[in-house]
Design a protein around this ligand. Structure first.
Ligand code: PXP
Length: 251
């Protein structure tokens, strides 16, 4: 059964634009749940550009589905995660200047550091997912550091899909198909390694179904596209629409 994690960071981004109290991401979590979200996902960034510490604490007390915290490997973030104890932490890379998370976390290049973070979080009863590029070496390293899951970065596939939609000719179509194959191969290897298979980043109502149809896919984390649609039809409906697409692709 595919699970939909709804990333509500953008709701907090609108609030922070005026440094006020609305819209409240806690309300967004309620609406997302009513629309069928299986998980609420938030990214607490070092610069606190959207989600604030208060949001995380209140969400922990109010969310009825799973709570997934995305954060960096910084000791400040790991301490907050261990204090709040979400159901899952997804470790992500973080650069101050980036608009959004740009690439996967490099596990190969910092295996000891990631292993320490995973065991610290596991010791506090938190499952750990690693947001990685869909490559065999990163999956092997994720297994080696003791993670329970990986979230395959779907950004390259999403970009190729967008290029295909906006260009004439079949070359771009090949590139989207090739990127989907990369994801499918990485998915197979993830399952061979006995890791849970998640995916996310850049997924939209147009490109989600081929990813949702990948055998063994457990969880998709989606933010921008859902919140963008919610402006026009409300968050509950936007989540329900995405959930229906995922469900029909997986059957
Ligand atoms: N998964 C991870 C690890 C992310 O960092 C993000 C963006 O915060 C998402 C999923 C959601 O990406 P999008 O907003 O493009 O759907």
């Amino acid at each position: 059964m595919r699970q939909l994690g709804v990333n509500i960071d953008h709701v907090a981004t609108i609030r922070q634009a005026r440094r006020t109290t609305e819209p409240d991401p806690v309300w967004a979590a309620v609406e997302a749940e009513l629309g069928g979200a299986d998980q609420i996902t938030v990214h607490l960034r070092g610069d606190r550009r959207h989600i604030q510490d208060r949001d995380l604490h209140v969400l922990k007390q109010t969310v009825n589905v799973r709570l997934n915290l995305e954060c960096s490997l910084e000791s400040e973030m790991l301490a907050i995660a261990c204090q709040v104890r979400p159901d899952q932490v997804c470790l992500v890379p973080e650069k101050r200047e980036e608009v959004t998370t740009e690439g996967g976390l490099d596990i190969v290049g910092q295996q000891n550091r990631v292993a320490r973070a995973v065991s610290q979080l596991n010791d506090h009863g938190i499952e750990v997912s690693l947001f990685i590029d869909p490559s065999h070496v990163q999956i092997d390293a994720s297994k080696a550091v003791g993670a329970q899951a990986v979230e395959l970065h779907t950004g390259t596939y999403a970009n190729a899909f967008m290029t295909m939609k906006s260009s004439v000719g079949s070359r771009a179509g090949h590139s989207a198909a090739a990127e989907l194959l990369v994801l499918r191969n990485a998915a197979l290897h993830t399952l061979d390694c006995n890791l849970r298979l998640n995916a996310g980043h850049g997924l939209t109502y147009q490109n989600v179904q081929p990813v949702a149809a990948i055998p063994g896919m457990e969880e998709l984390n989606i933010g921008h596209s859902i919140v963008a649609r919610a402006i026009f039809c409300g968050l509950r409906q936007a989540v329900a629409d995405m959930k229906a697409l995922i469900r029909s692709a997986a059957t």
